[in-house]
Design a binder for this molecule. Structure first.
Ligand SMILES: NC(=O)c1ccc[n+]([C@@H]2O[C@H](COP(=O)([O-])OP(=O)(O)OC[C@H]3O[C@@H](n4cnc5c(N)ncnc54)[C@H](O)[C@@H]3O)[C@@H](O)[C@H]2O)c1
Ligand SMILES: [Zn+2]
Length: 363
């Protein structure tokens, strides 16, 4: 069942291992990195006493001196304050800190982003590993080396590209993931299918029940396929100069909806689901994809219990937010639209009328 996907980035390459029970292999995997004597496991307050503790125990059983660093859970804590508290706590175990320290991110995407930025900053960069526990972190956040925190001016505005030394995805952790969080990850899986792999959409459609039940063997396949797609995109464009932007499919309208409805009111996965529906609608209107292809994506999202309709959105407001979005360059709104299932292009000639039509169609 275990699968390994290599993220090919020259000297910064690393493996993503996907399997059941891999959290207990963390110590052995850390040992293989060589010269790791100390580890700082960073976990949020929901994860620390369960998976965080298992991570510490696994490291200890391999002779690594591991300490847990807990911070409060949630996107609201992806802050400079959490970053600073974690750095203070880690240096409080000084003078033992040196470059042989390994940072381990154990948890969802928030923990990966914060812990990765702690790793990038401590002593100008120490090695780090990821043990993602949410589906979104498994298939998206733990691959590609984007780390960072939010600022009052916006999300993810402070950070660094800093690749981990390895990623261990333990699919058994998904058993405790709240359904709403599972769906957030599933939204990204459908996104990957639309941008790169039509057969992944078939796989999702054929295995919907098993996916919603988090059956380990199916989740291993699902995650491995998604990691392979993200890894290939990142390998082709590590610093988002070009094709890495394809990963924004569904996110331009999706972010606008999150901003308008309010983060926390609608989940990221739900907003991205609606964003993909709107983008596909625009692609159909432009004659880029067949209505039947858009219908397949809609069916897959509905089967995964992701929303495909949302009433009461103000199209003009959506357009205003899209123009403010940091992805709007030179006064133009850029959007990723499919040219077929499995192939997308970036368009910078998006106009208000077609967005209004697609947003109205969501209601
Ligand atoms: N670095 C990247 O490339 C990248 C990509 C996509 C998203 N992100 C970031 O990821 C974050 C979202 O990630 P997320 O959705 O995982 O959020 P999250 O880390 O807040 O996790 C969601 C919730 O689920 C809980 N949780 C996680 N795993 C669990 C488990 N196995 N059992 C029970 N509860 C569990 C967490 O404690 C949290 O309450 C955002 O901040 C986003 O910006 C980063
Ligand atoms: Zn996303």
């Amino acid at each position: 069942m275990e699968q390994t996907i290599k993220v090919e980035l020259g000297a910064r390459s690393y493996d993503v291992r996907v399997g059941a029970g891999l959290l207990d292999s963390l110590g052995a995997a850390a040992g293989e990195l060589g010269s790791v004597r100390q580890a700082a496991v960073i976990a949020d307050s929901n994860i620390a006493s369960s998976y965080g503790r298992r991570a510490v125990e696994s490291l200890a059983s391999s002779g690594i001196n591991a300490t847990m660093f807990e911070y409060p859970s949630g996107e609201a804590n992806k802050t400079l304050a959490s970053f600073s508290d974690l750095i203070d706590a880690i240096f409080a175990i000084a003078p033992a800190i040196d470059r042989d320290l390994l940072i381990v991110a154990c948890g969802g995407g928030v923990t990966g982003d914060v812990a990765g930025y702690v790793a990038a900053s401590t002593l100008r960069g120490v090695r780090w590993m990821q043990c993602p526990t949410s589906l979104l972190a498994d298939v998206d956040a733990s691959v590609g080396g984007k780390t960072g925190i939010n600022h009052a001016s916006g999300k993810n505005l402070i950070g660094a590209f800093y690749q981990p030394s390895g990623v261990l995805v333990d699919v058994e952790t998904l058993k405790t993931l709240p359904p709403e969080e599972l769906r957030s990850g599933l939204g990204e899986c459908v996104k990957h299918a639309v941008i790169r792999d039509a057969t992944l959409l078939d796989f999702i459609a054929d295995n919907t029940r098993a996916i919603l039940d988090c059956q380990c063997d199916v989740m291993c396949d699902l995650i491995a396929r998604n990691v392979a797609i993200k890894a290939a995109v990142v390998a082709g464009d590590e610093r988002e100069a070009g094709e890495r932007a394809h990963l924004n499919f569904g996110h331009t309208v999706g972010h606008a909806i999150e901003t308008i409805v309010g983060y926390g009111t609608i989940s990221h996965g739900a907003a991205v689901s609606l964003g993909m529906i709107a983008a596909n609608d625009m692609a159909v209107s432009r004659g880029l994809i067949a209505p039947a292809d858009a219908a397949c994506v809609r069916d897959a999202l509905e089967a995964l219990e992701l929303p495909t309709t949302y009433s009461g959105l103000d199209a003009e407001q959506v357009w205003d937010v899209m123009q403010r979005d940091k992805k709007a360059r030179g006064g133009r709104v850029r959007m990723v639209l499919p040219a077929a299932i499995g192939k997308v292009d970036i368009f910078d000639d998006i106009n208000a009328a077609e967005v209004a039509r697609a947003v109205a169609a969501l209601g």
